[in-house]
Design a protein around this ligand. Sequence first.
Ligand code: KIV
Ligand code: ZN
Length: 531
Amino acid sequence: MSDGKVRIFDTTLRDGEQSPGASLTSAEKLVLARQIADLGVDVMEAGFPAASEDDWQAVRRIAVEVGTVTGPIICGLARAHKGDIERAWTAVKEAHHPRIHTFLATSDIHMEHKLRMTREEVVAKVREMVGYARSLCPDIEFSTEDACRSQPEFLVEVLTAAIEAGATTLNIPDTVGYTTPDEYGKLISYLIENTPGAQDVIWSVHCHNDLGLATANTLAGLAAGARQAEVTVNGIGERAGNTSLEEVVMALRTRHSRYALETGIDATQIARTSRMVSNYTGIPIQPNKAIVGANAFSHEAGIHQDGVLKHQATYEIMTPETVGYTTSKLVLGKHSGRHAFKVHLEGMGHRLTDEEIVKAFQRFKRVAERKKVVTDADLEAIIADECFREEQLFVLEGLQVAAGAPGMPTATIRLRTPGGEVETCAAIGTGPVDAIYRAIDSIVKTPIELAEFRVNAITEGIDALGDVTVRVRSQADSVRTFGGHGADTDILVAACKAYLSALNKLVAYQGQYTNHATTNRSSTIELVTTA
Ligand code: KIV
Ligand code: ZN
């Protein structure tokens, strides 16, 4: 199938979530899934359901709540095993358009050392497992893992078996980011020309960025006839990441005369989605990142500034507005009320419940008292903080900090614990943030390490909201890290919220506590003791 439409297959919640330290809670995945659906992606790979009960639950919830009649295809990844395929199917089957995506490696190095299978066994397995998946679901994607280090003639053999067994999309991953644009383009052309039945399926490209070539390779694959691009927001993913959604979408759009291909993406949602993915995963965006980096549309050199002022197109091939950067400011005067606030949020694409509007509005008022102008970026931070926060086991009830030089930075913290009591603790630290974190630690009593601490100003100016991102890990498990972020005009409060948010995720993951509430402070929280 080779029309002019490129299907955008977003794998931010699966391959992207495999980025070091990016682990997302299921509530965060659901919020991101809604936003990624609003972007207009055609397929959303919501996760790897066989990986854990949590992953299965998260995919199922996305299938039910985001995979609606008008929503995207919801896809679950499965190794070429019956058990994995069943898990993927039970997780996605309630979506209006479900898809199972199964894969098996085809390179000699993977078959010999990882799978310990012969070529004949691989072909037989693909036939059997694709056939099994197809007996459950009408929409099946099959991937030849490590395709770019596989022998092309053998790929044709495997892909022919996949088509005969019922695959509807064939994906050719550059799993290790090894290929180059000319080589990948030739491979895709060769496979399309030589695989019987090639015209009846969609060909898909999936590239990793180890040599910084993922976007170039993806575009070469599309030019050669592929009509699905597998991408992640901000290019997050294993090692150097995956192809970035915003780069492919904007390259196809800006260079339409070169490619003559369209996507169904609403580009004005790009900036917002990018910010949300960065906030939730705790993975910062490099300032010079194409399309979504802080400097992507700023001009420093005098000669460039002069040119842009005379005519924007002298040095800008896209406008910031096309990807959703607005300079719109919401000024809260004495006549601005909750209604105007709600309408403004709707204009930004937020669909909040009445309860969420009330919470966000109260916070907005408090921010507006301290800050003359509240921008859309501030509002995004307020909403992420007030409305999309994961259930809190330990809830901040009060914070007081004394700092200065010379002196002993001291923090007093009051937390509501999962048992419902309010505990207060004071601690001295090397600085005010250290004092706050020590005070929290002495209430939570879970040995952790702070792996990362970052402060950003959301907007310019001395009254900017400070956005703090932290990453923590348990001393007992140094591999898995948990991110948290907090925003406030008081940087110490932001630091405190960020730490508590990360800590709450870690504690919830360790399973010491279950909370029957979702973001409801007054509901019953049960303490569960583990053996
Ligand atoms: O990179 C890869 O090979 C993958 C497959 C599972 C599609 O992510
Ligand atoms: Zn991948």
